[in-house]
Write a protein that binds this ligand. Structure first.
Ligand code: KG4
Ligand code: ZN
Length: 374
């Protein structure tokens, strides 16, 4: 039996998890998984502010660690290895989790494992599987988050090829930036998904970029929405990452003193407009993700397709990708939504796999904000 404690502080979630690998190879037991979200701290800025993130990690990590240990009902001296995300991410944020894990590893004389955040996402669809050699099977994997959009060919643990990546914005970034333009909350993905329900995904013709390539581009989509808004009677919020911050999307028409959203869309017709716009944006992103993922699975002739990362929570993406896989004869696997957004359980999981495979890191290993998957 091996127990790993992992910290994840690469961006704006402070997370601690304790994961145990059972000796009978019947799978892992998640003893604790704590996530302290900083969404509220960054929401007013419409995005993550590195300085605010690192201060909050420093504040949240110690009590979170205490809580994880009491939930796990074990003592730190019973932990067999300490792990932390070492990159990619914000330097000042990565440093907090890595320093704590290194300190614990040194203090308790146990191994330290530096884990790649992207590998955490990449392998998260296998998290719930029973143990065994089959665990990480060859697959084509779509990692789709706020910072990354990539297609990866997975051969085995630590044997990967990146076959496609975004040349500009990540898919999550497209959700976040358009949401900001519309005066919706942060993070934008869940807000857009909520408003898209019942909307007409075909009402607005938005671009599907880089067709025929394995790479992605989402910045044109954001620009297309920006140019579309005035044509449909909506003035984009200046808080769209391209101008001075303001809180709301202004609408040409009567304004009421309510939430930014209600001030922007005051009539039932406007609600419908927003809903159709969100549905059209979501569908434009999904079309690109599904088409390229299926094309890669066909090209590399693998039987399994996986998806992970925050955008992987999107129910419509999960449904459409699952349907496309069924149609094309691929098995489809994804992590539960709580494992798709940033968490430490996926980091602990990779740490356990790497520990079992004989990998260890030295405590002198530096964090790397630009750490690549391969
Ligand atoms: O994996 P994650 O928590 O952090 C990064 O590693 O980036 O992903 C966060 C991203 C954000 O851009 C957020 O808007 C997006 O995932 N996201 C979603 C949904 N939930 C989170 N995008 C679309 N639909 C969702 N339901
Ligand atoms: Zn992530």
């Amino acid at each position: 039996m091996k127990t790993v404690l992992a910290l994840e502080t690469s961006c704006d979630e402070t997370a601690v998890a304790v994961l145990r690998r059972r000796d009978d190879r019947s799978g892992n037991e998640l003893l604790a998984s704590e996530v302290a979200s900083q969404v509220a701290a960054h929401e007013k800025f419409g995005g993550v502010v590195p300085e605010v993130a690192s201060r909050n990690h420093l504040m949240y990590a110690p009590p979170l660690l205490d809580r994880a240990m009491s939930t796990a009902k074990i003592d730190l001296s019973n932990v067999d290895a300490f792990a932390a995300t070492s990159g990619p991410g914000l330097a000042s944020s990565l440093m907090i989790g890595a320093s704590i894990a290194k300190g614990l590893a040194i203090g308790f004389g146990k191994p330290y494992l530096a884990i790649n955040h992207l590998e955490g996402h990449l392998l998260s669809p296998f998290f719930g599987d029973a143990d065994g050699d089959e665990r990480v099977r060859p697959n084509v994997s779509l990692i789709v988050s706020g910072g990354h959009t990539m297609l990866v060919r997975v051969h085995a643990l630590s044997d990967y090829n990146v076959v496609g990546r975004t040349v500009d914005d990540a898919a999550g970034e497209a959700f976040d930036k358009v949401a900001k333009m519309l005066g919706l909350g942060y993070p934008g993905g869940p807000e857009i998904e909520k408003r898209a329900r019942g909307g007409d995904p075909n009402r607005f013709d938005l671009p599907r970029s880089m067709q025929g390539s394995e790479n992605f581009s989402f910045s044109g989509l954001k620009t297309a929405v920006r140019y579309l808004l005035p044509k449909i009677g909506v003035i984009p919020s200046r808080a769209d990452g391209e101008g001075p911050h303001s809180q709301s999307l202004e609408h040409r028409g009567p304004m009421r003193d309510q939430s930014p959203f209600e001030r922007s869309f005051v009539s039932a017709q406007d609600d419908k407009l927003l809903s159709d716009l969100c549905a059209s944006l979501q569908q434009a992103i999904i079309d690109v993700l599904v088409t390229k993922t299926i094309a890669a699975a066909q090209k590399y002739d693998v039987g399994l397709v996986t998806v992970s990362g925050g955008v992987g929570c999107n129910q419509e993406l999960r449904r459409q990708l699952a349907d496309a896989c069924t149609r094309e004869g691929f098995e489809f696997k994804t992590a539960e939504p709580w494992l798709c957004t940033d968490n430490a359980a996926m980091i602990a999981f990779v740490a356990l796999l790497r520990l079992a495979a004989g990998f260890e890191s030295h405590v002198t290993e530096e964090i790397d904000p630009n750490l690549a998957l391969v």
